[in-house]
Design a protein around this ligand. Structure first.
Ligand code: HEM
Length: 210
């Protein structure tokens, strides 16, 4: 076994600030939406906290984007563009998660700093970071200032359409979190990947890492 430095400090800071913002936004978002069913906090306070953490998440997202674009590492998020190869490696990875793992087989993907994600992670993280999170940010910004963005809101179908997108994406993110946290516990020990996202270092077998 050797240790590889998988998660640079800026990525780790981004990740945990992002997770904290997600947690607060989900709780306050539910309080705003279901104010008759939940009494965790006053409605006005929930809106203020939601707005504050929404902007914190946006700034954090911008830092993530600038970091990954400037150092060119964004390519770790880009899947193999050869359709047949991509399909083969996705099937191999899915087979591991759905079958091989229960038979004690080794994970077919061996992460390295330049090839950190398996093809399923690449597809999931890329759509998350490049489509779904930006969409959530834009819909949140529109809802934050209904008057200021009235024209734009009208152009995309009205307040109801925007808030439906925002709420549906929120449901998707909650579902993603279940799967994401479950999958991150599937290392050699349940805490292996989570510890790596804290320290930056992960154990790798000498002969298999590249
Ligand atoms: C308590 C909640 C969370 C835990 C325990 C957790 C855990 C982890 C771990 C262990 C990794 C590294 C292993 C891997 O790449 O799969 C990771 C990566 C990642 N997580 Fe999370 N996560 C959490 C919340 C979130 C949330 C809310 C998001 C929403 C966008 C998220 C998005 C990501 C992304 C995009 C990566 C890849 C980061 C990179 O290396 O560039 N995570 N997470």
């Amino acid at each position: 076994m050797k240790q590889i430095y998988l998660h640079p400090l800026p990525v780790r800071i981004w990740h945990w600030v992002n997770a904290g913002c997600f947690f607060v936004l989900i709780v306050t978002g539910l309080q705003i939406r279901y104010r008759d069913l939940m009494q965790l906090m006053d409605f006005r306070a929930a809106v203020d906290v939601h707005n504050f953490f929404g902007f914190a998440l946006i700034i954090n997202f911008m830092l993530w984007l600038v970091y990954y674009l400037l150092n060119g590492k964004i390519r770790i998020y880009i899947p193999d563009l050869h359709p047949a190869r991509l399909l083969r490696s996705m099937v191999r990875q899915a087979r591991f998660y759905g079958y091989g793992i229960f038979r004690g087989e080794a994970n077919p993907h061996h992460p390295s700093p330049d090839h950190k994600f398996n093809p399923m992670q690449q597809m999931a993280y890329l759509s998350l970071m490049v489509i779904l999170l930006p969409l959530q940010i834009v819909s949140g910004l529109l809802l934050w200032d209904l008057k200021g963005f009235a024209v734009l809101i009208g152009m995309v179908g009205g307040v109801k359409a925007v808030s439906s997108v925002h709420v549906l994406l929120n449901m998707f993110f909650i579902a993603f979190l279940y799967v994401h946290i479950y999958l991150t516990t599937l290392g050699r020990s349940p805490m292996e990947h989570i510890r790596a996202m804290v320290t930056g270092f992960e154990d790798a077998e000498e002969q298999t890492s590249h």
